[in-house]
Design a protein around this ligand. Structure first.
Ligand code: SF4
Length: 392
């Protein structure tokens, strides 16, 4: 038995003991009865195999569990499925900025809003490779490229150039992810053949709140792109943005859609809105950290094998808040100077953070080989989580 397993069993025993004491002390009040119910549920999810049949009621119970208990359960489950101290570092490059025809109301790159952003053409291969080599030299194991496009239809030459970028970056031994808007199955297959590791296409928010954020493409169109990516054999990276004006009920619904996809996404980016002046959401308040943490911890519990990724807005978290999010199950970050159009924690700052808190870089393809859907299938088949942890 390795130290990860021993540690998680120890935590589990300690937590169950604490829970019993708490229940004995506060058993008479309605609030504590509710708390007791939630704790029982958490005990169940910690020992249960991964599933994609979650109900909104189950998710709501988890999401609304007292925050310390929720964080503890997520941390326990995290250690069952992942090494406790490794975090994937990825760098995101904008390869075509601005001028997008869509109306995503948070986005600086929409041509509908005056944000002062200058639109650019598709980057050259040389520019991309310079950035990718720099990212690799600074420890990034995954390189993501984003183009501000509605979709790939009619972009035959653009697709060819992006395939070249994918091949070359993959040749550096890095995982490669792109986000290019909506994707049909043919383009997805071509990108797969070029060596693409993952495709990012966020759901953004709940199905119910979605029309208040975007009107130029539907929620189901997003799901179709995710399906095309999955069918092509590319890893799915899909998550959302918190702080768009949504409620806790929307968080539950958003997590419900993600966790009941036919296969859990290998990667679940959680963004905190960075309000951009000139966009309709430019004056939004930042999402409270306790809400952010609830989403991270609940995502970890619902999709235990996935990589949960702290994305845009991490720059606005304190060091301690980031560490608490890692503790609750986040295990990837974007690092570098910029994340498309917003600021990002730099390579040096992240190096210091990792060193101080005893975190290590996840090696390339570890998440792909052992995370997400494949890992879930393995757990379900064997029913022996412990054996899998022994191999990590
Ligand atoms: S989020 Fe993407 S699709 Fe929406 S406006 Fe921005 S670049 Fe365009």
């Amino acid at each position: 038995m390795n130290h990860i397993l021993r540690f998680s069993i120890g935590l589990e025993r300690m937590g169950i003991g604490m829970r019993k004491r708490l229940l004995a002390t506060h058993a008479q009040t309605p609030a504590s009865v509710a708390m007791g119910d939630a704790m029982t549920l958490l005990e169940r999810v910690v020992s249960a195999p991964p599933k994609n049949t979650w109900t909104k009621d189950e998710i709501s119970s988890i999401y609304n569990t007292p925050l310390m208990e929720l964080t503890y359960a997520a941390a326990t489950l995290h250690r069952k499925h992942h090494p406790h101290n490794t975090v994937q570092t990825c760098t995101l490059l904008s390869i075509k900025t601005g001028g997008c025809t869509e109306d995503c109301s948070y986005c600086a790159q929409s041509s509908r809003y005056s944000t002062g952003l200058t639109a650019t053409k598709l980057s050259t291969l040389e520019t991309v490779m310079t950035a990718a080599r720099e990212a690799k030299a600074n420890g990034s194991t995954r390189f993501c490229m984003g183009a501000a496009w509605r979709d790939m239809s009619g972009r035959t030459r653009g697709l060819e150039r992006i395939k070249d970028m994918v091949r070359e970056v993959r040749g550096l031994g890095m995982e490669v992810c792109v986000t290019l808007g909506m994707l049909d199955s043919k383009a997805a297959e071509e990108l797969k053949d070029a060596g693409l590791t993952a495709y990012n296409h966020n759901l953004d928010t709940s199905r119910e709140f979605y029309p208040k954020v975007i009107t130029t493409r539907g929620f189901d169109e997003r799901l179709r792109t995710i399906e095309n990516v999955r069918n092509a054999g590319i890893s799915v990276c899909t998550g959302g943005i918190l702080g768009l004006g949504e409620t806790a009920v929307d968080h539950v619904s958003f997590l419900h859609t993600l966790s009941t996809l036919p296969e859990h996404p290998e990667s679940v980016p959680i963004n905190a809105l960075v309000p951009i002046k000139g966009t309709p959401l430019g004056e939004n308040k930042k999402v409270p950290f306790d809400s952010f943490l609830r989403v991270v911890a609940t995502a970890r519990i619902l999709m235990p094998g996935s990589i949960v990724r702290l994305a845009a807005g991490r720059i606005n978290l304190t060091e301690e808040q980031q560490v608490l999010a890692f503790f609750a199950g986040a295990n990837a970050v974007f690092t570098g100077e910029r994340m498309l159009t917003t600021e990002c924690s730099g390579f040096e700052a992240d190096r210091r953070l990792f060193e101080k808190w005893g975190l290590a870089n996840m090696k390339a393809f570890r998440g792909e080989e052992e995370g997400g859907a494949k890992r879930i299938a393995e757990v379900e088949k064997s029913g022996k989580i412990g054996e899998i942890i022994e191999r990590v």
